[in-house]
Structures are given as structure tokens and as C-alpha cells.
Write a protein that binds this ligand. Structure first.
Ligand SMILES: CC(=O)SCCNC(=O)CCNC(=O)[C@H](O)C(C)(C)COP(=O)(O)OP(=O)(O)OC[C@H]1O[C@@H](n2cnc3c(N)ncnc32)[C@H](O)[C@@H]1OP(=O)(O)O
Ligand SMILES: CC(=O)C(=O)O
Length: 539
């Protein structure tokens, strides 16, 4: 059976940039466009040329792509010709092969937001699309508020779409601009639109995630006959975001009936780079990747419960809907009080510790984890501390040094500019190779910024650890998370520290105490011990 082509249209660089707090630079836009091109998107909407300097610069420096780079804008304003509309001219001047214009499809918006007549709006759509086509470009019409408009006045919403198609638009994209339409409504309305004579292979869908249904609405539209899907990487987009392409793409490629019915530009090879593309975007945005994201999240293939992990070890398909490698993700068997011996043996193997099935140490380690988690520890994410706990129980934890005592003082005082500043000072006494050493450090860095008491402690602790100091030179803290949690019957502070070294390795460690400094110090000690154990290993 020949598969029908389903076009994928990415709007990360346009609607994605409408996300609160997101502002790409031009080089970042270029980097994302290249990644989308490698992934196999058919269209990449690069932004709105003329609307802001970054978008204009992106089109000036436009990368060469196999995908169609598309400039976005709006239909011409009433009272002037398409050729004389300066906003439209800036969009056309970007020189892209494809141009997508948003225009009203809801009568209420025409009269309320634009303040023009319904006929004037239809004429604006018609004339703007004809202008694009006359210049030999491919025209797309984003029918704004199409679904809400269709529910209020179906004849007018359809007339707006027909105006665009008759003027030569290759695609009419049905937009759920406010994101409040549900999948069943989308399916019904798209069915009616196609029943009214609009060709499905010229229709697209653009949804928003305001009811967490953007992906489901997009699938419903495909089921009903549209053949272009719009979305963004990681679901970025105005308000709650757009349909998430990092979810839609693997679904279309791996799930039935879509895999058999449709051909999409993304191949199996490119699919295995999906997780990396998703993380690259988070990296650019300086965001922590969403653990629970379908397919690409760090927890998407994490098997925490003992029953799951035990079956996974026999056959991963027992608790996985796809193999994680297909999307470039990885299986994780975290350690926690939900775990049984199967999780444990798997985690120990990953840490290079081999323990035979039935070894009584397994039960002891599990018991210790359960007791410690009851006290407020969490080994689910703090895999570094888990490994140290297991090594300790197995008699494989060297005592590199002993901490005899430590002290931190925090002072508020005026600096030389008469401004109040904080300064922390830490004193740590350790015994290394039988010799006592005392180190003092301050929290101020070389730029004069106060980095806080934990930083002062970390500096003091690593300052003079004898032969170990050199090994720790390339280690630094990259994240520091604090939670007030329940430890037994008391509230305690849990600190999780993420550390990194020059090889790019990251490891997480945990500390718990009623005192935040003690909890931080414990996590810090574990981080240092982990590094000393793994010194010399490649990433
Ligand atoms: C549904 C969507 O997400 S569509 C994409 C929306 N994206 C953006 O708005 C981001 C980029 N936009 C911008 O930078 C600016 O809005 C610009 C440069 C395009 C326009 O800026 P300004 O000229 O200052 O107008 P402003 O943003 O205040 O208002 C938009 C104008 O466009 C008009 N307009 C809105 N939609 C359309 C349309 N489809 N066709 C014609 N005119 C339209 C509005 O009526 C309003 O004009 P008015 O002030 O005369 O009433
Ligand atoms: C065009 C668009 O972004 C919308 O209607 O949501």
C-alpha cells in the first residue's frame, strides 16, 4: 500500500518564540533551524521578518536548508493594496520560497479586533495570498480562530478559507488559536469542512495546549483528513504552548495506523536523534528538561517500581511501549524505596559493582535505602550517593580522608562602597594520610560576588586534601536543589547537589539534616568521594 504524504511544519522559531520568557538570538535560531532540517521537517517557520531585529537578521543570514524556510506575517490591512502594505512588504522581502500569513476566520474578531467589515477581511485574505502567488512563492494561510469561528458562524469561517484557496494558497491551516477546542470537536469540524468541499490535502492543523489536548487535537485532525501538522519542539508556544512535535513525530512514525498510512520526512535514523534535539533546545533556553516528557524525558523509560524492574530485566517490552533507543533515549532503573533486588542488581552493575543474585548484601543495601528514604533521603535521582551507600555496605568504600570538624560563619557588613554585603567564611579540619590539615575559605569569588556559605565550605574542603586536591581541581557544582521534607516525624532539609568535571560527567548526591548547612556538607562530601572513586575513568 502506498503511504500518503503527511507534511510536518515547525513553528518553534515563530510561535515557540511567543512563549513567555523565550527570546532566541539569531545564532540560536540558526542552530535550531539546522537541527530541525536534519530531523526531516518539511517546513521551518523562521519568524516574522520586519517585526523585530532578530527575526529580520535570521532571514538575512538564512541557513541553506532542505526544508522550506517560511516567513510569517499577517494579511494586508484594509484601505491599502497588498503591494503597498509595509508590514507585508517586509515579510516578502525576506525572499523565502514559502510565505505564511495569519488572517481572521472568526467574524467576531473581524469586527472587534480589526474593526473592518466581513467583506473587507475576505478581500484582505484574497489579495494578500494572490500577491504571494503572483511573485512565484508558495502561500499558506493560517486561519486564525478557525474552530471558534466555525462554531459561531460556519459559513464565514469557510468563506475565509475559500478566499485563500481560490487565491492560490497551497495550504489553509485551521487554527485553534485560543486552545480551548477538544479533540472530538476538532474531528467533527474537520470532517464537516472536508464534507463542504475543502480538500484535505490542502488543509493543515495548528493547535494550542490550553486544555493539554494540543497533540490529541492534532491527531484528531489527521484522522479526519488534514495532511499538514504544525507544532513546536518541546511544545513551546504562546501561553500553554503548541502541539508538541517531540511527541507527535515518534507517534506518527511508530504507532499504528499512522506508521502504515503516512509517509513523513523524519526517518528512523533521524528519530534516534530526537532526544538530543529536545535537550539541545532546553540547553539553549537554559531550562531543566521536563523529566516526564513523553518519549524524550529522562523519566520516559525510568522503571522505579520493583515489579516493573524485575520484569524489565527479563524483557524490556513488559513495561515499555517502545524501545528507548528508537528516540535516542535511555532506560533507567532508579533506586528508591519502591525498588526490589532486580533494580538493585541492575544499578550496581551500572556502577561497576557485581553482586551475585542471593548475596545477603543485597537485602542489607535495600533495607538501608528504605530506612534512609524514610529519614528524608532520596536515592531516586541521587545515584552518586546510592553508589557510595552500596559500596559502604559491600566494604568497597575507601576512606580517603576524615572530616574532624567544620565551621561556617555568615556576616553582613558594609563594603568599601558603603553597601551592605554578605560574606561567609568556612573552616574545615580534615585528616588525610594521618595528618591533620586546616583550611579557611571565603564565599567571595574573583569578581567580588558572594557565592554563599556552601560555596565557601566546598572551597575550604577541597583546598587542602593532600594528594587528592589535584584530582578535585576540575570538579564544580552545577545545580543545588533544596527541599523541606518529612524525615520520620520531623521536617528536615534535603539538599541534592549536581556536580560536573572536565570530562562532562555529571553526578548527583544527597544530604539530609534539620540544618541546611549540614545537609549541604553531606551532599558535598559524597560528591567528592564519588569523584575520587571514579578519578581516571572516561566519561
Ligand atoms: C495568533 C498568532 O499568534 S499570530 C502571530 C502573532 N505574533 C505577533 O504578534 C508577534 C509579532 N508582532 C509584532 O511584532 C507586532 O504586533 C507587529 C510589528 C506585527 C505590529 O505592530 P504594531 O503595528 O505596533 O501593531 P500592534 O501589535 O499594536 O497591533 C496589531 C495590529 O495589527 C492588526 N491586525 C491583527 N491581525 C491582522 C491581520 N490578520 N491582518 C491585518 N491586520 C491585522 C490589528 O488590528 C492591529 O492594528 P490596529 O492597532 O490598527 O488595530
Ligand atoms: C497562527 C497562530 O499562531 C494561531 O492562530 O494560533
Amino acid at each position: 500500500m502506498t503511504r500518503e504524504k503527511l507534511y510536518l511544519y515547525d513553528t518553534t522559531l515563530r510561535d515557540g518564540q511567543q512563549t513567555q520568557g523565550v527570546q532566541f538570538s539569531t545564532p540560536e535560531k540558526i542552530q535550531i533551524a539546522k537541527a530541525l532540517d536534519v530531523l526531516g521537517l518539511d517546513y521551518i517557520e523562521g519568524g516574522w521578518p520586519g517585526a523585530n531585529p532578530t527575526d529580520s537578521a535570521f532571514f538575512d543570514e538564512m541557513p541553506k536548508t532542505r526544508a522550506r524556510l517560511t516567513a510569517f506575517g499577517m494579511t494586508k490591512r484594509a484601505g491599502r493594496s497588498a503591494a503597498n502594505d509595509d508590514v507585508l512588504a517586509a515579510v516578502m522581502n525576506a525572499g523565502t520560497q514559502s510565505v505564511c500569513l495569519v488572517g481572521k476566520a472568526h467574524d467576531y474578531h473581524v469586527t472587534t479586533a480589526l474593526g473592518i467589515t466581513l467583506d473587507e477581511n475576505l478581500e484582505n485574505i484574497r489579495a494578500s495570498i494572490a500577491h504571494i502567488v503572483a511573485q512565484g512563492r508558495e502561500a499558506l494561510y493560517d486561519a486564525e480562530h478557525f474552530f471558534d469561528g466555525y462554531k459561531d458562524n460556519p459559513d464565514y469561517a469557510l468563506a475565509a478559507c475559500r478566499a485563500a484557496l481560490e487565491a492560490g494558497a497551497r495550504w489553509v491551516v485551521l487554527c485553534d488559536t485560543n486552545g480551548g477546542v477538544l479533540p472530538s470537536e476538532v474531528g467533527r469540524i474537520v470532517g464537516e469542512v472536508i464534507g463542504a468541499g475543502l480538500p484535505g490535502d490542502h488543509l493543515g492543523i495548528h493547535t494550542h495546549n490550553d486544555t493539554e489536548n494540543a497533540v490529541a487535537c492534532s491527531m484528531a485532525a489527521v484522522d479526519a483528513g488534514v495532511r499538514q501538522l504544525q507544532g513546536t519542539l518541546n511544545g513551546l508556544g504562546e501561553r500553554c504552548g503548541n502541539a508538541n512535535l517531540t511527541t507527535l513525530i515518534p507517534t506518527l512514525l511508530l504507532k499504528q495506523p499512522y506508521a502504515s498510512l503516512f509517509e513523513i520526512g523524519v526517518g528512523r535514523d533521524a528519530l534516534s536523534g530526537l532526544t538530543q534535539v529536545s535537550r539541545m533546545l532546553d540547553d539553549i533556553l537554559n531550562r531543566v528538561p521536563m523529566r516526564q516528557a513523553p518519549y524524550v524525558g529522562a523519566s520516559a523509560f525510568a522503571h522505579k517500581a520493583g515489579l516493573h524492574a524485575s520484569a524489565i530485566l527479563k524483557d524490556p517490552s513488559t513495561y515499555e511501549h517502545i524501545a528507548p533507543e528508537l528516540v535516542g533515549n535511555a532506560r533507567i532503573i532508579p533506586m528508591s524505596n519502591q525498588a526490589g533486588q532486580s533494580n538493585l542488581r541492575r544499578r550496581l552493575t551500572e556502577a561497576g559493582l557485581s553482586v551475585e543474585k542471593g548475596d545477603p548484601a543485597l537485602a542489607r543495601i535495600l533495607e538501608r535505602i528504605k530506612v534512609r528514604e524514610d529519614e528524608g533521603y532520596s536515592y531516586d535521582t541521587a545515584q552518586g550517593s546510592f553508589e557510595l551507600l552500596a559500596r559502604d555496605e559491600l566494604g568497597q568504600l575507601p576512606e580517603f580522608f576524615e572530616v574532624k570538624r567544620y565551621k561556617v560563619t555568615i556576616e553582613r557588613r558594609k563594603n568599601k562602597y558603603n553597601k551592605m554585603v554578605s560574606l561567609s567564611e568556612a573552616v574545615v579540619v580534615v585528616k588525610v594520610d594521618g595528618e591533620k590539615r586546616l583550611s579557611v575559605s571565603e564565599s567571595m569569588d574573583e569578581t567580588g560576588t558572594d557565592r554563599g556559605p556552601v560555596n565557601a565550605l566546598a572551597k575550604a574542603l577541597t583546598k587542602d586534601l593532600g594528594r587528592y586536591s589535584q584530582v578535585l581541581a576540575d570538579m564544580h557544582l552545577v545545580d543545588f536543589k533544596v527541599r523541606i521534607t518529612q524525615g520520620g516525624t520531623e521536617a528536615v532539609t534535603r539538599v541534592i547537589i549536581d556536580s560536573e568535571d572536565a570530562t562532562g560527567r555529571r553526578w548527583s548526591t544527597v544530604g539530609v539534616s534539620p540544618n541546611i548547612i549540614d545537609a549541604s556538607f553531606e551532599a558535598l562530601l559524597d560528591a567528592i568521594r564519588w569523584k575520587l572513586i571514579h578519578h581516571g575513568e572516561a566519561r
